[in-house]
Write a protein that binds this ligand. Structure first.
Ligand code: LLP
Length: 424
């Protein structure tokens, strides 16, 4: 590996200044690091907007942004402004979206074990769609509405029996899954029948999510065929194929196109004579490559003939994906973005364990020094959202950049945040 970082892994509006510095949406990243400190998530706002627009073009009204990929009030507002609904998986995600001013009717509430409190919250806030995941949940909904009256609008989550090729931890379409009503056991049909005849449920349609970081359009095709059969059988009005579109993190991978994904799914549906509204809920595909994380190099440990450890001021608290899934990332030096990357390094964080690796096989230009800013691209999804306070580190700040200006959307935590839930 000697090539500079590829454009395709950087936010859409990335350019390079005369001195070789990466500029995102008109803002030099060294200026951002100086103003906000590191680690820092930098999102290209227009990049996110353009992916939202692609999703709306591909699926039309009702397509939802899966908030678990990255959520704060600014993000929820942005997705809402671009005409997307929002998929929330907990009361907490719903709360943030509602705080951002997203109407409850534009939310889709997921979860394999929604509590009574969460279901009450969904009813009180007139959440647009509850995706029912089990008979136990259906019982809970009926119990709640028996006392309060009214009906919820719902989709039935089905498990189509499709094994998507991805990490086991994020594969959800196979029969052996904790999610949804299995098609092959007849539970999916039974669930649709029961929900259709319930006084408390206005059944709109069915939903499936086969997994995340899926690169095979054929897997989506097969899942859609299974959904189409069920949807037609019951003449339902909505069909959602979930999210899961694969995104490139490293040079060898290739991102799937949102509109091509939409066309594939819609063509399966039209061949099958589906009349239901066809929709989806991408998360990663909207935000992953919109962001880079900036770090500062703190120590460099050269083990001659073995490896060079480069330690930065972040780690598994701002990106647990390598430790959790063995996910690969690239790294580069933003002040020398066009330079060849000749030196192999292992990029590690500051936590007290050896698994705290951010990039196991990274390359940087020769001459990296303590104090340099280092970046990892494609960190916009499941980085900040899965981050933690492990070792009582302070969660990083997030900035949105757009047309030469920048705004803080999540402030860096401060020490007092670390004791604000302690009872003293
Ligand atoms: N819809 C449902 C019902 C989901 O469970 C998910 C993701 C999505 C949509 C959005 O999937 P996406 O388009 O972002 O792939 N933490 C893992 C990913 C877990 C995804 C869980 N569900 C990771 O970092 O790779």
């Amino acid at each position: 590996m000697t090539d500079p970082i590829s454009n395709t892994l950087l936010p859409d509006n990335s350019t390079v200044d005369d001195d070789g510095m990466l500029v995102i949406a008109g803002v030099r990243v060294d200026d951002l690091a100086a103003e906000y400190g590191t680690p820092l998530f930098v999102y290209d706002e227009q990049h996110i907007r353009s992916r939202c627009q692609q999703a709306v073009r591909a699926f039309g009204q009702g397509v939802a942004y899966a908030a678990k990929a990255f959520l704060c009030t600014a993000m929820a507002r942005l997705a809402h402004e671009e005409g997307m609904h929002i998929d929330v998986a907990t009361m907490g995600e719903a709360y943030v979206a509602l705080q951002a001013g997203v109407p409850g009717e534009n939310l889709v509430f997921h979860g394999n074990n929604k509590s009574e409190e969460e279901l009450h919250y969904a009813v009180e806030n007139r959440i647009g769609r509850i995706v029912i995941d089990s008979f136990d949940e259906m019982n809970r909904i009926e119990r709640i509405l028996d006392s309060t009256g009214g009906k919820v609008q719902a989709l039935i989550r089905v498990t189509p029996g499709i094994q998507a090729s991805t990490h086991d931890y994020v594969a959800t379409g196979q029969d052996d899954s904790k999610f949804g009503f299995t098609v092959s056991t007849g539970w999916a049909e039974e669930a649709v029948e029961r929900a259709s005849s319930s006084n408390c449920i206005n059944l709109l349609g069915i939903h499936a999510h086969i997994g995340s970081q899926v690169f095979s359009l054929d897997s989506f095709r097969r899942a859609t065929e299974a959904l189409a059969g069920l949807s037609n059988l019951f003449q339902l009005s909505e069909l959602s194929v979930g999210g899961g579109l694969g995104v490139a993190y490293i040079e060898e991978e290739e991102t799937l196109d949102i509109e091509e994904w939409g066309m594939t799914i819609r063509s399966v549906c039209s061949e099958a004579g589906v009349t239901a509204r066809v929709t989806a809920e991408p998360g990663r595909a909207i935000v992953a490559s919109a962001a880079v994380t900036l770090y500062t190099v703190g120590t460099i440990k050269e083990l001659a003939g073995i490896r060079t450890y480069v330690a930065v001021d972040g780690g598994m608290h701002d990106n647990p994906r390598p430790a959790l899934y063995g996910s690969g990332y690239e790294t580069f030096v933003p002040s020398r973005v066009m330079d060849p990357r000749n030196s192999p390094i292992t990029l590690v964080g500051k936590h007290c364990e050896s698994g705290d690796v951010i990039v196991s096989n990274g390359y940087v230009p020769d001459g990296l020094a303590v104090g340099d800013i280092l970046a990892t691209p494609v960190t916009g999804a499941y980085g900040h959202s899965m981050g933690s306070n492990y070792n009582k580190v302070l969660r990083p700040a997030v900035v949105f950049v757009n047309e030469g200006s920048h705004r803080l959307v999540i402030r860096r935590e401060e020490l007092s945040d670390l004791v604000k839930t302690d009872v003293r």
